[in-house]
Design a protein around this ligand. Structure first.
Ligand code: FAD
Ligand code: DHB
Length: 389
């Protein structure tokens, strides 16, 4: 088999890149080690920056998002019994779109199927080869048979635990990492959201987040120790805990119900440098991870796709490599700013028992400053809605 670009990974990065390439007449094959239903069963991000919204439109996949997604002009911070709204629209002129990663992925998969581009699910032992030569190829196994796809380029869109970053270890890869001493326990339920905007809460018992997927489906999170197991959290225990961490009027208004999904995600900051190794590119979570507090993971995947797509489009249309040569540095420049923002939101809103009372007082001072300074609110809003591509 031969194609122009092999894309490893059928998450949002791989699917979005594949759709943009297919629309531009650039042939591509996507390989994933699991199947479509498994991918759609993963409940992850919920907030899209305007750049990601524009890119989905550009890929021709934005129609349902505009119909069913919820435009949010602000969000709230809750701390010390106070509530502070961050007026995203008023401070930056920009809003965000609340539309779940599951729906983004479903829309991209449906469009890909309609386009007729090839996706190979359940591909085992996917391996990139010879990407530092002019003739790279990828092998995979299915039903006991090894297959080979020759290509011009390989896009590593295979997430944090994928094979692409692993295959460049020892080839000049440098990594930067911070692991946080807690995780997020998330619960999805078909109950109306407690508030029309998101609420991020700093509470003595730990962080809490009230998010949503629609007017009838809510997504809630609480900070938990890494030693907690999801099996130990009944739905009732979750609802009791999140209500303790929210202002009384919010807690009293909360509608509870049985969970559809419940899981614990660890929090990590991670960046790999560079993001290009010959004819192999790292894209999205394959190259970097942010803690979810700033809602940046999926949005960074989208900006990486934008930079790589521009480079590939230019290469195939004009035989120029400038965009591909600049991919790593352009993407990393935006990635590090989102890493900084996600780290700072995480440090501001979570409880770090090892930092003691001093740490709590510093957080309180920063939140107090934020309430009194429009400049500080604007800086937060500007980063939350997303820095320009
Ligand atoms: P992924 O979505 O991870 O997709 C990678 C794909 O590659 C997967 O389909 C995988 O099966 C495939 N793959 C992996 N290894 C191989 C292999 N060897 N061969 C072939 N295929 C392979 N972000 C937020 O903004 N907010 C959140 O609340 C949030 N919650 C999250 C919760 C969890 C548990 C995780 C893991 C991430 C969360 N994120 C969140 C981050 C966000 O979901 C990611 O940034 C986003 O999914 C990145 O998309 P991606 O396509 O780069 O990677
Ligand atoms: C969601 C997740 C986030 O990390 C965040 O900051 C906001 C919303 C969500 O899953 O809805």
């Amino acid at each position: 088999m031969r194609t122009q670009v092999v894309i490893v990974g059928s998450g949002p990065s791989g699917l979005l890149l594949g759709q943009l390439l297919a629309n531009a007449g650039i042939d591509n094959i996507i390989l994933d080690r699991v199947d479509r239903d498994y991918i759609l069963g993963r409940i992850r991000a919920g907030v899209l920056e305007v750049g990601a919204v524009d890119l989905l439109d550009r890929a021709g996949c934005g129609e349902r998002m505009h119909k069913e997604g919820l435009v949010h002009d602000g969000f709230e911070l809750s701390f010390l019994g106070r509530r502070q709204r961050i007026d995203l629209k008023g401070l930056t002129g920009t809003s965000v779109m609340v539309y779940g990663q599951t729906e983004v992925t479903r829309d991209l998969m449906d469009h890909r199927a309609a386009t007729g581009s090839k996706t190979i699910y359940d591909a085992a032992n996917v391996t990139p080869h010879d990407f530092d030569s002019a003739s790279p190829y990828v092998t995979y196994e299915q039903d006991g048979v090894t297959h080979r796809i020759d290509c011009d380029y390989i896009a590593g869109c295979d997430g944090f635990h994928g094979v692409c970053r692993a295959s460049v270890e020892g080839k000049g890869l440098r990594t930067f990492e911070k692991v946080y001493p807690f995780g997020w326990l998330g619960l999805l339920a078909d109950v109306p959201p407690v508030h029309h905007e998101l609420i991020y809460a700093n509470h003595a018992r730990g962080f809490a987040l009230c998010s949503q997927r629609s007017h009838t489906r809510s997504r809630y999170y609480v900070q938990v120790p890494l030693t907690d197991k999801v099996e130990d959290w009944s739905d009732d225990a979750f609802w009791d805990e999140i209500r303790r961490r929210l202002p009384q009027d919010v807690a009293e208004a909360m509608v509870t119900g049985p969970s559809i999904e419940k899981s614990i995600a660890p929090l990590r900051s991670f960046v790999a440098e560079p993001l290009r190794f010959g004819r192999l590119f790292l894209v999205g979570d394959a190259g970097h991870i942010v803690p979810p507090t700033g809602a940046k993971g999926l949005n960074l995947a989208a900006s990486d796709v934008h930079y790589l797509f521009e480079g590939l489009r230019e290469y195939y249309a004009e035989r120029k490599a400038a965009g591909l040569d600049a991919y790593s540095s352009r993407a990393l420049s935006r990635i590090w700013k989102a890493e900084r923002f996600s780290w700072s939101m995480t440090m501001l809103l979570h409880r770090f028992p090892e930092d003691g009372d001093f740490g709590s007082r510093v957080q309180e001072a920063e939140l107090d400053y934020l309430s009194s300074s429009q400049a500080a609110q604007t800086a937060m809003a500007e980063n939350y809605v997303g820095l320009p591509y």
